[in-house]
Ligand binder design. Structure first.
Ligand SMILES: Cc1ncc(COP(=O)(O)O)c(C=O)c1O
Length: 429
């Protein structure tokens, strides 16, 4: 038995399914034992160029020496107190408020799901309304407010599609589902629920279904509709924040939401997340004297996450992190397009900045339902073959890939060569 399988079999004895997050159970199953820069290594020592990036946090590279050093320095002198605030929290919150346009104030928690939960509950308190709008295909975490109509089966698009057994009916039914890039649908939903919608939450780029770009005017339109109907706009920048700009995608788009949730690339893989927004809203949290919206967490502001995030943002401030990953992203996308032309493959290479995916369909998808045109079987077969040849992309349908500051031109060129050979094997008979 291979070392990968041996460890996985043992893991299954102790953990249901052998993995600790729902969609980690994939084929081929790998056990990873080392990550360094752009590379990850499985239990048998096989090396992969990593584009999975742990679903996005790894923006500088695995085990980044600068971030690790800052974390080690921090934990040699400090950790967690459960009272007052820390110097690291002050430094990190100052940086976030300085860079993220919507962040007049910020609070730290540990995961993106916590951040979206807090943000949504806050909007309910502020507006006195119960309902929430989210978009089909977007993901905002595992809690009952948002865990519906994520990667729905095609025949469940837009219908009542809870993502889990055990959810509260009230939560499911108070979350309304709209079609991304369709402002008419959003306005219709506001009109059909007069005075009832507390907020609208959106991934400014829905990366949970690859990379569907907001069409011109869409994010601006959401801003206008939320203002018009008295609802709060939440940008869930758990993926886009810090990856697409140190100020988040809101800075790129020039659209400022009322509240923003952040996580992932914020700390290059260390656990920390944040909710930020207008001061008058944030002061409803009960961290503020008299605030009436509960905000708590034993590990909030732990030295590990705060130090890692400060170090990550420092590198973004002082080195050409985004310039590098955007340039390599463009090199990858244009390289793949050239290969497609050469081989006569009709596919759509989508992406922004350091993120890309190849949809095996001819036109640009504008929302989740259009992804039915993507050849899912080919998409997954392509990814599995790439893994065999040392290129790690999540072996699942409509998943994105990420480039980090540690990837080099040579990594991209090597990846392009392998992509071409895999496509020849799969498509060009
Ligand atoms: C856009 C978005 N929001 C929220 C979350 C939830 O974050 P976490 O997994 O840290 O709870 C995710 C996770 O993938 C996400 O992609």
């Amino acid at each position: 038995m291979s070392k990968n399988i041996e460890l996985y079999e043992e893991s299954k004895r102790y953990a249901p399914g052998g993995v600790h997050t729902s969609i980690r159970n994939v084929n081929p199953m790998k056990v990873f034992t080392k990550g360094e820069g752009a590379y990850i290594y499985d239990a048998e020592g096989k090396k992969y160029i990593d584009y999975q990036a742990a679903f996005g946090p790894i923006i500088l590279g695995h085990s980044h020496p600068y971030v690790n050093r800052k974390v080690i320095e921090a934990i040699e002198r400090t950790d967690l107190y459960g009272v007052g605030c820390t110097d690291l929290e002050v430094e990190l919150s100052r940086k976030i408020c300085q860079h993220v346009p919507s962040a007049e104030q910020v609070l730290f928690c540990n995961s993106g799901s916590e951040a979206t939960y807090h943000a949504i509950r806050l909007t309910r308190a502020i507006t006195g309304r119960a309902k929430l709008i989210k978009f089909q295909g977007c993901y905002h975490g595992w809690h009952d407010y948002v865990a519906r109509n994520m990667l729905s089966a095609w025949d469940m698009i837009g219908k009542r599609d809870p993502g889990s057994a055990g959810m509260m009916d009230e939560a499911i039914d108070n979350t309304l589902i709209c079609t991304y890039n369709d402002l008419d649908d959003v306005e219709r939903t506001f009109k059909e629920n007069p005075g009832q919608i507390a907020s609208l939450i959106v991934e400014p780029i829905p990366h949970n279904i690859g990379c569907i770009m907001p069409q011109p005017g869409f994010l601006e339109g959401l801003r206008e509709l939320c203002t018009k109907y008295g609802a709060l706009l939440i940008f869930d920048e758990v993926i886009t924040g810090f990856r697409h700009s140190i100020g988040g995608f809101q800075k790129v788009a020039g659209v400022t939401p009322d509240l923003t949730t952040m996580g992932k690339a914020m700390a290059n893989g260390y656990p920390i997340a944040a909710v930020a927004g207008k001061r008058e809203y944030m002061q409803r949290f009960n961290t503020y004297p008299g605030g009436d919206v509960w905000f708590a967490g034993t590990y909030n502001g732990h030295a590990v996450g705060t130090a890692a995030s400060i170090a990550t943002l420092e590198l973004m401030e002082n080195e050409p992190v985004h310039e590098h990953i955007f340039r390599l992203g463009e090199k990858m996308r244009s390289g793949i397009r050239t290969i497609h032309e050469r081989l006569g493959i009709k596919a759509y290479v989508a992406g922004f900045g350091s993120v890309w995916t190849t949809y095996f369909m001819e036109t640009e998808p504008k929302h989740y339902a259009e992804l039915q045109q993507n050849d899912a079987e080919l998409y997954v077969a392509y990814r599995r073959k790439l893994i065999d040849k040392g290129i790690f992309k999540m072996p699942m349908n409509i998943k994105r890939n990420h480039i980090s500051y540690s990837h080099t031109d040579a990594d991209i060129e090597n990846t392009l060569d392998i992509i071409e050979s895999v496509l020849k094997e799969l498509i060009v008979k």
